[in-house]
Ligand binder design. Structure first.
Ligand SMILES: Cc1cc2nc3c(=O)[nH]c(=O)nc-3n(C[C@H](O)[C@H](O)[C@H](O)COP(=O)(O)OP(=O)(O)OC[C@H]3O[C@@H](n4cnc5c(N)ncnc54)[C@H](O)[C@@H]3O)c2cc1C
Length: 386
């Protein structure tokens, strides 16, 4: 067992950490104030990030991606947690793993441009009537002689405005879900309103409507009926990287600011960090962040060993998201009135953290998965070498 980072990993972390501090964090306030990330500024950031060689970092090197292992990717994602969602989307992209199922003509049309960053993709599973029950979707694709006819709609689609195409899950039979690559601009495909959220300012979350959208045969990703597996496989990695690792990074960021305040803020002629009740909030945050981090690293290591990490990722999703929630809540408390006041970013971190327990499977759904596995498999889920 070796818990140390090698020199390349340390350098990777420092490179991303510096990029976040110098290029990303200075952009946050304006996005928070205006609710949008200016396109020209986003393009400049994108170009700078690409020069780091980390765009599409999860994609194979021979296709132009970063070729990082899961663990190395996670180390970057943890640093990404130190800034906001939309900035990371523009800088480093979001190339979903199911795209690796592209074959033939699909490779040049959808996969390679996504890795190059010339086309952007969003994943669309959720519908107004089907959230946690992702298999309960109503969107359907029916075969015709030109390909497939898509009908239905999605909502809450992150970054749908910027995206050029969408990975859409659709029913192709009574109990069969397939996945399609749907280009924006096709006849019958309309983008609805931006659904305003409590946090994540700058990231649009859109409704999508499909009204007899004619798709070519080549729009089918993978095999007919493979869509649910592809969607869940994609979400598994997203949960670990974009929820688990980023939650740890965000909690670390907030904790550092909280500790700084506890050191500086004086009441009753003493640092508030000298009061034991404040110390408890700091200590519990440090303990929980460290526990969550090692869970994230361990699950990433399992993926790199080719092991099935679904249960570990479910545990990460719950623990890292809830750790972040507790840490930001304590930070508001330690900051007192200034934690609630918009003059400091603490209240923003509090709002931004809330979604982590909801998207990509709620805490309740993941607890259900973990409990069912524990009842089926027993000690193997919580005891070493069993
Ligand atoms: C900011 C944001 C971004 C998002 N981005 C995307 C995206 O890009 N693409 C996409 O496809 N989706 C996206 N989503 C959707 C997101 O994944 C869903 O909101 C989430 O899966 C929960 O579904 P729901 O909102 O329909 O809640 P529901 O499924 O209606 O759940 C409501 C409550 O019931 C509980 N519940 C439901 N079923 C069970 C059960 N079996 N056992 C116990 N409790 C249960 C839930 O835990 C929750 O507390 C996004 C959502 C938000 C808010």
């Amino acid at each position: 067992m070796n818990f140390s980072l090698n020199d390349e990993q340390k350098m990777l972390i420092e490179t991303v950490r510096r990029f976040i501090a110098e290029e990303c964090q200075p952009l946050e306030d304006e996005i928070e104030q205006t609710g949008v990330f200016d396109n020209a500024k986003a393009q400049v950031l994108h170009n700078k990030a690409k020069a780091l060689g980390l765009y599409g970092m999860n994609m194979p090197e021979d296709l132009g991606g970063g070729g990082l292992t899961n663990l190395d990717r996670i180390l970057c994602e943890e640093q990404f947690g130190h800034t906001t969602d939309i900035i990371i989307r523009r800088a480093f992209g979001n190339v979903y793993e199911p795209l690796l199922h592209c074959k033939g003509e699909q490779v040049d049309r959808w996969l390679k441009p996504s890795i190059e960053g010339t086309r952007t993709c969003a994943i669309t599973i959720t519908e107004p009537g089907a959230g946690s029950d992702a298999a309960g979707i109503k969107t359907s694709a029916v075969k015709n002689d030109k390909g497939w006819v898509l009908n239905g709609g999605k909502h809450f689609i992150s970054d749908g405005e910027w995206s050029d195409f969408f990975l859409v899950s659709a029913k192709t039979g009574e109990k069969e879900i397939s996945m399609f690559m749907v280009d924006k601009g096709l006849a019958g495909f309309t983008v609805g309103k931006d659904q305003k959220m409590m946090g994540l300012r700058g990231t649009p979350h859109l409704e999508l409507f499909f009204d007899n959208v004619q798709l070519e045969d080549v729009a089918l990703l993978g095999e007919v009926g493979q869509g649910f597996k592809l969607a869940m496989g994609a979400l598994n990695v997203v949960r670990l990287a974009q929820v688990g690792a980023r939650a740890v990074g965000k909690a670390s960021h907030v904790c550092e600011i909280m500790v700084g305040w506890a050191n500086e803020r004086k009441q009753f002629n003493t640092r508030i960090g000298d009061f034991q009740m404040v110390q408890q909030m700091i200590a519990d945050s440090v303990i929980e962040i460290n526990a969550a981090r090692w869970m994230v690293y361990h699950a990433a290591w399992m993926l790199d060993q080719g092991m099935d990490a679904r249960e570990q990722i479910a545990m990460v999703k719950v623990h890292a998201a809830e750790t972040l929630g507790r840490v930001v809540d304590r930070a508001v408390q330690v900051f007192g009135g200034m934690g609630f006041c918009k003059e400091l970013p603490i209240e923003r971190y509090y709002r931004d953290a809330r979604i982590y327990r909801i998207f990509d499977g709620t805490s309740e759904i993941h607890r259900g998965v973990i409990a069912k596995s524990a009842m089926k498999k027993g000690a193997v889920l919580f005891d070493v070498n069993r």
